[in-house]
Ligand binder design. Structure first.
Ligand SMILES: Cc1ncc(COP(=O)(O)O)c(C=O)c1O
Length: 389
């Protein structure tokens, strides 16, 4: 086993975050205070939306967004098969039905053509995921949604600062959702945010995150405890100030890896295809493995890299329609919501087979690209990859 350890992700935090935490801790005000409001204002401005609502996870943001838009039992929501499962579980939390559309093989994000194919009279929303720091073709998706009277919720949990035609993702649809989990572009430990231009939805989201309370005692809608606390918000304010410079390091590191790997012409390794109109922020530096050409599996490659001290990511292993909870259709007791009176369709996730997703699932490897890495460490990653037998 090598003594080198190059971690795949590492939060970039320091004295400033520590001071911000201490200040809140000593203030005695931990909930629903000034820091959350300040973070919301700053985040909305950064993303380019009129309003932001802070919550305590990205999953809470997605769930709240669906609840705000009134999506519920029997409604179909079009989702991609390669994402973290929260994109799908948020739909199920509203008792709605996730319907999978295929991905574009180059961007790994939703393929608008297949989305259009999947629209039925029951479809209410499309949830594109800006995967690995890339952007889905959001203009086209919003256009499709407009033609079919659908809502669009952007899952931008992996794409803080990513731009599409000069605009930040999360600002171009009905509601954009972000996560501040520890490994993300910026972190609050755990946390999330909704961004929208709609004032009414903002008020409703604020109620939903706070037990559905419209004032101290009146519960006017079904709510949750999804509040972000002041300590998390204080960290977020500092992290947001650093986001552009942290992103630049991620981008520089990733572009360096891509360039160097291209130069080595490794026949079994495909680097990401970048598009002119997208500013990719590389939550991951995803490379795709051709196992036939390599003569070893992606899993074997990951073990070899680990032996050389290089951590990687390898997600998502399978298209999410293969998850047991969907195959068995039992997210809730007694088969709800698939057998509810609101949903009369026969749906068998076992029969879903999306060509592009099947082809790349399990074969995408995220190389270390976080902002704490030195050039020599990136060179080491490239050298190890080029010399793998
Ligand atoms: C694409 C995507 N959506 C949603 C989430 C959920 O965010 P959280 O972990 O903050 O609940 C994540 C987090 O991993 C994610 O990557």
């Amino acid at each position: 086993m090598s003594t080198v350890v190059i971690r795949v992700a590492r939060p970039s935090v320091g004295e400033e975050e520590a001071a911000a935490i201490t200040q809140v801790l000593l203030s005695g005000n931990y909930v629903s205070g000034k820091k959350v409001e300040e973070f919301e204002r700053a985040f909305a401005e950064y993303i380019g939306g009129n309003h932001a609502v802070a919550v305590n996870s990205g999953t809470a943001a997605l769930h709240t967004a669906l609840a705000v838009l009134g999506i519920g039992p029997g409604d179909e929501v079009i989702v991609p098969p390669l994402t973290f499962f929260s994109t799908i579980s948020a739909v199920l939390h509203q008792n709605a039905i996730p319907i999978f559309a295929d991905i574009d093989p180059d961007s790994f994000c939703l393929d608008p053509r297949d989305v259009e194919e999947k629209i039925t009279e029951r479809t209410r929303a499309i949830m594109p995921v800006h995967l690995y720091g890339n952007s889905a073709e959001i203009d086209t998706l919003v256009d499709i949604a407009g033609r079919h009277d659908l809502k669009v919720i952007e899952d931008a949990a992996q794409a803080h600062g990513t731009e599409y035609k000069g605009r930040k993702v999360g600002s171009m649809s009905d509601i954009g959702c972000f996560s501040f989990f520890a490994t993300k572009h910026m972190t609050t430990g755990e946390g999330g945010m909704l961004v929208t231009n709609n004032g009414k939805w903002t008020e409703l989201a604020m109620m939903i995150r706070n037990h559905g309370l419209s004032n101290r005692d009146d519960h006017d809608c079904l709510g949750y405890n999804y509040r972000m606390n002041e300590i998390a918000a204080a960290i977020g304010i500092v992290q947001l100030r650093k986001l552009d410079s942290m992103n630049q390091r991620r981008i520089d590191n990733s572009l360096y890896l891509i360039e160097e790997l291209e130069e080595r012409r490794i026949p079994w390794l495909a680097v990401p295809k970048l598009k002119e109109h997208i500013k990719h922020t590389f939550f991951w530096c995803p490379v795709c493995i051709d196992e036939e050409k390599a003569g070893f599996s992606t899993k074997e490659l990951i073990v070899k890299l680990r032996e050389k001290g290089i951590e990687t990511r390898n997600r998502y292993q399978e298209p999410l329609y293969k998850q047991k909870i969907l195959i068995e259709k039992n997210p809730y007791p007694r088969g709800f919501p698939f057998n509810s009176k609101h949903y009369s369709q026969e749906l068998d996730y076992g029969k879903v087979n999306l060509k592009n997703a099947e082809k790349v699932a399990g074969r995408i490897v995220g190389l270390p690209n976080h902002c704490g890495l030195e050039r020599s460490e990136l060179d080491y990653v490239v050298d190890v990859l080029s010399n793998i037998a």
